[in-house]
Ligand binder design. Structure first.
Ligand code: PTJ
Length: 261
């Protein structure tokens, strides 16, 4: 992608595709990761590849929930680590929460590979100057982000097979789980365990989007960058969160895309 001009109108989309291609070649991603990504791209195209106001509100709300939770956890699958790993490490450093590799298509090799990539990303983020709003030792905060997932010592009740495996210290005992690109079964299972579940999913009609406590209908890398700004400057949303209203708003944006013709 070295010859892709900065001004190319589809630059960020093409770079994201390349990350998925590279991650697949390295064996880090599920066989169906490209299908999932392509589906996301189609919804993002209809959104105009931008964060809508309702998604921005959802991100703001998730930031305050992450900060006020007792045991927040960021769950990361293959696509998420490859597309937004570094941003989510920054978020975890500010919130002081762990990141757990938790996969739909779980294999020991993929868990190991994704944890190794997250470690590399954490090392690189720890070398950054850090956001100006962050008070404290950035490198220390980043290095203390725990990366979980290899010790599967807990099962998510209500899920069958290897995808039910998780870490007790992470998702098992977590009270608020941020799960980008999640599957509907897992979201439902986590909710029925009494946890708050915040998701990032470009499909507002997915079972995940409709089941979650808070749904951010936005692209995972874009949303993760905004989430960092919000956890650095948290602003409480007044009143009860109406998730259905946020989903309806994102659908309205998609159907209004016809006006761009
Ligand atoms: O790494 P694993 O084994 O956990 O597998 C990960 C995938 C994503 C392959 C797996 O969970 C899967 O098959 O997911 P689904 O059921 O296809 O759902 C993925 C959802 O994420 C869909 O609703 C997509 O629209 C949405 N999506 C895809 N790419 C993005 C996205 N949402 C936000 N940002 C994206 N970049």
């Amino acid at each position: 992608m070295a010859d892709l001009p900065e001004s190319h109108p589809r630059r960020s989309s093409l770079l994201a595709r390349q990350k998925i291609v590279d991650g697949t070649k390295k064996g880090l991603l599920a066989d169906s990761s490209m299908i999932a990504h392509g589906r996301g791209e189609a919804f993002d195209y209809l959104l105009g590849e931008r964060t809508t106001d309702s998604a921005a509100m959802a991100i703001r709300h998730v930031a305050t929930l992450l900060i006020s939770a007792e045991r927040p956890v960021i769950s990361a699958n293959g696509n998420t680590v490859v597309l937004a790993g570094e941003s989510l490490i920054r978020v975890a450093a500010v919130v002081g929460c762990p990141i757990e590799v938790n996969l739909y298509y779980r294999t020991p090799e993929r868990v190991f590979g994704l944890l190794s990539l997250l470690q590399e990303q954490r090392d690189s983020v720890a070398e950054e100057k850090g956001p100006s709003e962050f008070k404290g030792d950035w490198g220390k905060a980043v290095r203390s982000v725990r990366l979980l997932g290899d010790e599967a010592d807990f099962r998510i009740e209500g899920l069958e097979g290897p995808r039910s495996l998780c870490t007790e210290d992470g998702i098992g005992l977590g009270d608020l789980i941020l799960v980008p690109l999640e599957d509907g079964d897992r979201c439902e299972a986590l909710i029925s365990l009494g946890k708050q579940v915040c998701v990032i999913d470009l499909n507002p009609l997915s079972r995940t989007a409709r089941t979650a406590s808070v749904t951010i209908v936005d692209e995972v890398s874009r949303a993760s960058i905004s989430l960092l700004s919000e956890v650095l400057n948290p602003t409480k949303i007044e009143g009860e969160w109406d998730n259905d209203a946020a989903l309806r708003d994102s659908l309205k944006h998609m159907s209004n895309s016809i006006d761009r013709l």
